[in-house]
Design a protein around this ligand. Structure first.
Ligand SMILES: [Zn+2]
Length: 258
């Protein structure tokens, strides 16, 4: 996948390229399958959720204005490298930008093509970024964990996994935990490459994002469920040394039996 990596790097070096010529938001057919919002949102999903959404989610439409840089040059540079690695492992190429999440800390993925990147777009809230970067231990790994989770949603979109995962489900938990599994897989790959990679931060980060609103359509998994999914994905890479194609099957099996 050398060509893809080159494209990614080229794109990320221009992190905020063509910001003034963003095409109108492209609607997709994915929204026909609405089972409540995860952080993979289509406009239709956002609209359907509007009535019973917690305030923190109300304003996510997939069309928030994009902000190309965080204001921290070193962070942007390091994160661009991390995103290139995630793209390479997952074989997806979404656009990436920050956005104003003053209505509620968040990051999300959308299949909407907004930065001339064919695999959709990942938007990372500025406040969420600042919150994570103020963490006590390896804050950059926390940011990477969230990015890997969101890129995991892009994988789901590319592979058409979401509908099957969510069929008949009252919440988006299976899709969210599969994205966590993918993030854990990425941490496992990095740990194989670099022994001191802080993979445990991935589990801790997603544990902290767990929720106990088990009857809410936007339930993402309890704290232990989220860290367990990270750990399961990690083992698939680090211990079992599976390819990502194999990990896709493992991840699906893992969440389908929950
Ligand atoms: Zn998610």
């Amino acid at each position: 996948m050398v060509a893809r990596r080159e494209v990614v790097l080229g794109g990320l070096l221009l992190l905020g390229w063509e910001i003034s010529s963003i095409p109108a938001y492209a609607r997709t057919s994915l929204g026909a399958h609405i089972h409540g919002p995860g952080c993979m949102l289509t406009p239709e999903q956002a609209a359907s959720f509007f009535d019973d959404a917690p305030d923190t989610r109300m304003y996510i439409t997939g069309s928030e204005p994009m902000i190309p840089k965080s204001g921290n040059e070193k962070l942007d540079f390091a994160l661009a490298q991390t995103l290139a690695k995630i793209s390479d492992v997952f074989d997806v190429l979404p656009g990436f930008a920050y956005y104003d999440d003053s209505d509620g800390l968040n990051a999300y993925a959308t299949p909407a093509v907004r930065l001339n990147r064919s695999d959709g777009t990942v938007l990372f809230g500025q406040r969420l970024l600042n919150r994570l970067m103020s963490g006590p231990e390896n804050p950059d790994a926390s940011v990477a964990a969230v990015c890997a989770h969101e890129f995991g949603h892009i994988v789901q979109h590319r592979k058409g996994l979401t509908q099957n995962l969510l069929a008949g489900q009252p919440t988006v938990k299976r899709a969210e935990l599969q994205a966590d599994f993918f993030a854990g897989y990425f941490a496992g790959v990095r740990k194989l490459q670099r022994a001191n990679f802080p993979a445990a931060v991935f589990a801790m980060t997603q544990y902290n994002f767990g929720d106990n609103m088990i009857n809410n359509p936007s339930h993402h998994g309890t704290p232990p469920e989220r860290s367990d999914a990270i750990t399961a994905g990690f083992k698939t890479a680090f211990t079992e040394k599976k390819s990502f194609a194999e990990a896709l099957v493992s991840a699906t099996n893992y969440v389908m039996q929950l």
